[in-house]
Design a protein around this ligand. Structure first.
Ligand code: FNR
Length: 343
């Protein structure tokens, strides 16, 4: 695919729809049930208006953040997404290379279709690992230790998927992995009978040597319990509306969670981030960083590593422009005053 035609992340989704297999496209693009939450993630971001401050010196921007001892040049990470080999033959290796070119941290999914060692070999930027906790807890422990051994810098434990959501569009195309694609660390899709609970978080914390974050928190009470449980970070996420339809947009629940957490641990957010202004809005509402999922999958499908780096570079550039045009030159200066409120 000629990537020079791709000006923004919406263009990319259109191109991806044309070139991906129907099964792969439906897998990436679809949400749960009626896809109301998918729509709300976007609508709520769109409905926030910005409040620029003028006549500030915007000649120097500083977009750096620090997370768990690593400096990130800009606050956008690659969200964990499954099965990259159904999107591009080079799979997760292309994602890691693209992340490297774009100086982005890449969160590898438990459903990676490439072994962790091979991804780590080509990575030049920090890797994190996303964990799905399966019934065989000794295999889970082995997997965490493998992630640590290859150098993953943090562990994102996904807590919003005790069972997979209602995925009508995936059912309609009878989604399944092609025979030649394997997810070596997962032993069945959502075959979890011993459900993950807070006791398991204590267990993971007891042996993990890297920071443990919980991914999929949607309310202040759970966020408080997470902090009390000693987690190192929280990811506000509704899984891009793929699990429980009609939960609110993440940007809408973010301020309440940010108030509750009150900077005790880093707070990340994902869901519908497609524009630099979306990144600015998420930071204004209390996130320290955001992640992007679907656009990275579409970039991978359209252009392998180049497509992935293009996604991150477009978002980064748009975010820098949004900072400049609102008169906010540092990450610390992005607070709720950037969001317009009626007088
Ligand atoms: C996901 N997501 C996800 N999350 C996770 O913890 N483990 C996983 O394996 C996957 N797999 C996955 C596949 C695909 C195709 C998508 C689109 C999403 C959720 C992902 O990490 C993230 O929460 C959302 O994708 C963020 O929202 P946007 O940016 O996709 O709107």
């Amino acid at each position: 695919v000629d990537l020079s035609d791709i000006i923004n992340l919406f263009d990319l989704e259109k191109r991806a729809a044309e070139i991906m297999t129907k099964m792969a496209y439906e897998y990436v693009a679809s949400g749960a049930a009626d896809e109301l939450t998918v729509r709300w993630n976007r609508e709520s971001l769109d409905n926030l208006k910005l409040n620029p401050s003028v006549l500030r010196d915007v000649s120097q921007l500083d977009t750096r953040i620090s997370l768990f001892g690593d400096e990130l040049p800009y606050p956008i990470l690659i969200a964990p997404t499954a099965f990259h080999k159904i999107m591009h033959p080079e799979g997760e290796l292309a994602t890691a290379r693209g992340a490297g070119v774009a100086s982005a941290t890449y969160v590898i999914s438990s459903f990676t279709t490439t072994p962790l060692e091979e991804i780590a070999e080509v990575a030049t930027q920090p890797l994190w690992f996303q964990l799905y906790v399966q019934d065989d807890r000794s295999l889970v422990k082995d997997l965490v230790q493998k992630a640590e051994a290859v150098g993953c810098r943090a562990l994102c434990v996904t807590v919003d998927t005790p069972v997979p959501g209602i995925r009508n569009r995936q059912d309609r195309v009878n989604f399944r992995l092609p025979d030649e694609v394997k997810a070596p660390y997962m032993h069945g899709l959502g075959d979890q009978k011993k459900l993950l609970t807070w006791a398991d978080i204590d267990w993971l914390n007891s042996f993990s040597n890297i920071p443990v974050l919980l991914k999929g928190i949607l309310n202040p009470a759970d966020a408080e319990q997470a902090v009390q449980a000693g987690v190192s970070g929280i990811i506000v996420s509704n899984h891009s509306g793929r699990n429980l339809d009609t939960v609110p947009a993440t940007i809408d629940v973010l301020p309440g969670i940010a108030n509750q957490v009150n900077k005790r641990v880093p707070l990340l957010m994902d869901g519908g981030i497609r524009r630099g202004t979306d990144v600015l809005k998420a930071l204004a509402q209390g996130a320290d960083a955001v992640l992007v999922g679907k656009p990275v999958c579409f970039g991978l499908a359209c252009g392998g590593a180049d497509g992935v780096s293009k996604v991150m570079t477009i978002l980064r550039t748009e975010f820098e422009l949004a900072m400049t045009l609102t008169g906010r030159t540092t990450i610390a200066s992005i607070d709720r005053s950037v969001i317009w409120k009626p007088a």
